[in-house]
Design a protein around this ligand. Structure first.
Ligand code: MN
Length: 314
């Protein structure tokens, strides 16, 4: 699924990616449009660009889809990132320029590595009607893989682990948590897990070298004693080996973590790069229909081509 990055969340002119030693920082999402859906975008925000290599976090829905009207994100390109697509409810269909056609259901992971360039769409399944809810995450690829070949993985089964005194069940999408390791490809040292919390306090073990964030998907959660609501992101800096999460009612959160990303990112639309020139080059290739860079997607939806980035107009 796609997440155009607008100028609203451009990085501040001065300063880096945010203080990586903060005790607890809660940020509100802003609303954005993806396909036919309004989404709550929790990352990037002006004050918080990345959490580990996680550089983009959208919370989608819940919203109703039909068999032939889904998220309806038309073919669009990516470079330099992995898309991590995770559904809470519903089904969607992923198509990409590698020829992949993959239905995604809750509990399954779609992981697409863009490398030097890929294109994809997100569509209705032709069979599922009902609520659709999920998260769309991006991981910035490191220098060693971001110029490489594109790839796609689907994981129908992922490891689960009980946390605390059975007050939480974690599904590990990527990386490792409490001894459970995901088989998904990982180009940097990062973690992504879905936590289903039951009433009580769950002490989540953390990797001290990682910074972390908790995205509340459903419900209300006290993160280290601070109330955090659905759509908000609670950030905790490096140097912590545990994080208490308390709920009165069942709740759902995503736990994201990783070693602070070393490079300053330039993100525009669906491109993650290191310079404006890289973005310009990629977007000119997409706009001109360069199929060496971005292959065709066998989608009934028309490919989308927005105006060039602001520095490449006129
Ligand atoms: Mn996309």
């Amino acid at each position: 699924m796609s997440g155009p990055v607008t100028t609203e969340d451009e990085a501040p002119a001065e300063g880096g990616c945010g203080d990586t030693h903060r005790e607890l920082e809660v940020t509100d999402p802003h609303e954005a449009q993806v396909g036919r859906f309004r989404v709550r975008r929790a990352l990037p925000r002006r004050a918080r660009r990345t959490v580990g290599s996680w550089c983009f976090v959208d919370l989608m829905g819940p919203a109703e889809v039909t068999a032939d009207r889904g998220l309806d994100v038309p073919p669009h390109p990516h470079i330099g990132l992995q898309t991590v697509t995770w559904l809470i409810a519903g089904e969607g269909l992923h198509r990409d320029s590698l020829g992949t056609e993959q239905v995604l259901a809750p509990g399954q992971l779609n992981l697409m590595s863009a490398g030097r360039g890929i294109a994809h769409s997100e569509e209705a399944t032709g069979r599922y009607a009902g609520p659709l809810q999920g998260v769309q995450l991006w991981v910035a690829q490191p220098e060693v893989t971001r110029h490489g070949e594109p790839a796609f993985e689907h994981h129908a089964e992922l490891p689960q682990v009980e946390l605390g005194s059975a007050t939480a069940t974690a599904t590990v999408l990527v990386g490792e948590l409490a001894g459970a390791a995901s088989p998904a490809r990982r180009d940097t040292d990062h973690l992504g897990a879905d936590l289903q919390l039951r009433p009580g306090t769950t002490v989540v073990p953390l990797e001290q070298a990682h910074e972390h964030a908790v995205l509340v998907v459903d419900g209300a959660v006290e993160v280290a004693g601070t109330a955090v609501h659905a759509g908000q992101l609670a950030y905790v800096g490096v140097g912590h080996d545990e994080l208490p999460l308390s709920v009165h009612e069942p709740a759902r959160v995503m736990l994201l973590g990783g070693v602070p990303f070393p490079d300053r990112l330039v993100m525009w639309w669906n491109y993650v790069a290191r310079s404006q020139d890289e973005v310009t080059e990629a977007h000119r290739a997409w706009a001109s229909g360069d199929e060496q860079r971005f292959g065709p997607v066998a989608s009934p939806l028309a490919r989308t081509v927005p105006d060039p980035p602001p520095w490449d107009r006129g």
